[in-house]
Design a protein around this ligand. Structure first.
Ligand SMILES: *Cc1c(COP(=O)(O)O)cnc(C)c1O
Length: 344
């Protein structure tokens, strides 16, 4: 079969959650939006719930509905996008907790689902989602009277510990939430690593659970093995692939492997990328095609059945670096065609 195998290590995800939880004195939730960063929200959510995670975050109500089906009643499922028009039935039926982002969302929520739990998202400087200081001061007393279950904000630069915006957002969050009584949450993975001042009552790591930066010490979670379909000898002066982008200068053994940009291995990684076999780094030659990649395997005495793109020898972030992007984007782009194997 010419399907690449994506191996997802659920115990490693649990170990990463425990490691992050161990760095704080507060509760640690799990962010499993975008289908758990592409790794499968139902499987990841169940593994984490069994390990003791009591609160989850998703981006949209629809994701929350799917997750509730997998988890059953019990764990809290929070929704970052809040309460959007048309969401009320899903929020009620799946018992979701929207993070309210504006006056309009608060009105919609209390009118359509009076008494249903909600949280509040504040914007402390990122200018992306949540109520800004002026809006919040006008609404604060009314909102707090409805007893929000959680008040959150999000850091723009937490992956850069020395960035001045971290301390600025922290002090804005402290000012906006002084004396509110409700539990507070500011830190994602990066904020968790910034230290105690950022932890408040709940941390919300996502990417660190999946082995990505900025959690440098994370256990690797993902392995991607791509089958070799064919091997050929390319002579000096001959080219490989679309546009003849690679021209051999010496006799070169080229393996054609069965994955491409349709599987999330974005074309931009082309010239820089390597695959690995038992620690040998093997350069990609020519352009990444939709379903195929060509690799210089001249360094190997025998060509194996599979080459590894992501794994122990090359992290998700290393692969992201080939394409000038971040691990988050590689993870969430991992294709639907892979044969997904879950280690349990
Ligand atoms: C995605 C997200 C998180 C998790 O961020 P990571 O960097 O993946 O840990 C936390 N909070 C909010 C609001 C988010 O959008």
């Amino acid at each position: 079969m010419s399907t690449a195998t994506l191996t997802i290590d659920l115990p490693a995800i649990v170990a990463n959650w425990r490691a992050l939880d161990g760095m704080t004195a507060c509760e640690t939730s799990a962010v499993i939006k975008a289908d758990a960063y592409g790794l499968g929200a139902a499987k990841v959510g169940l593994a984490l719930a069994r390990a003791g995670v009591r609160q989850f975050f998703v981006a949209q109500a629809e994701e929350g509905v799917t997750l509730r089906r997998a988890l059953g009643p019990g764990p809290v499922i929070n929704v970052f996008s809040g309460h959007m028009p048309g969401d009320a039935d899903m929020i009620r039926a799946a018992d979701l907790v929207p993070m309210i982002n504006s006056v309009d969302q608060l009105l919609l929520h209390v009118e359509s689902l009076p008494g249903h739990p909600f949280g509040i998202q504040l914007d402390t400087g990122m200018n992306r989602l949540g109520m800004e200081p002026a809006e919040w001061s006008a609404l604060r007393d009314i909102a707090l009277a409805q007893r929000p279950t959680l008040v959150i904000s999000h850091l723009a630069c937490a992956d850069e510990p020395d960035h001045p915006m971290n301390a600025e957002q922290l002090s804005t969050f402290e000012e906006m939430t002084a004396g509110i009584g409700a539990p507070r949450s500011l830190a994602a993975t990066g904020g968790t690593l910034l230290g105690k001042a950022y932890h408040f009552d709940l941390c919300r790591p996502g990417v660190g659970l999946y082995g990505g930066l900025p959690f440098v010490d994370a256990a690797p979670v993902v392995r991607l093995d791509v089958p070799v379909i064919q091997v050929r000898e390319v002579m000096p002066g001959e080219s490989v692939g679309y546009g003849g982008a690679f021209v051999a200068r010496r006799p070169t053994q080229v393996a054609t492997i069965a994955a491409g940009y349709a599987d999330g291995l974005i074309r931009a990684m082309g010239a820089e990328a390597t695959l690995t076999h038992e620690g040998h780094r093997l350069p990609v030659v020519g352009r990444v095609s939709m379903d195929l990649i060509t690799v210089d395997v001249s360094a190997l005495s025998e060509v194996p059945e599979h080459l590894e793109l992501i794994g122990r020898h090359q992290s998700v972030d290393t692969v992201a670096g080939f394409a000038g992007t971040i691990g988050y984007e590689i993870l969430t782009s991992l294709g639907a065609r892979y044969d997904r194997v879950y280690l349990t």
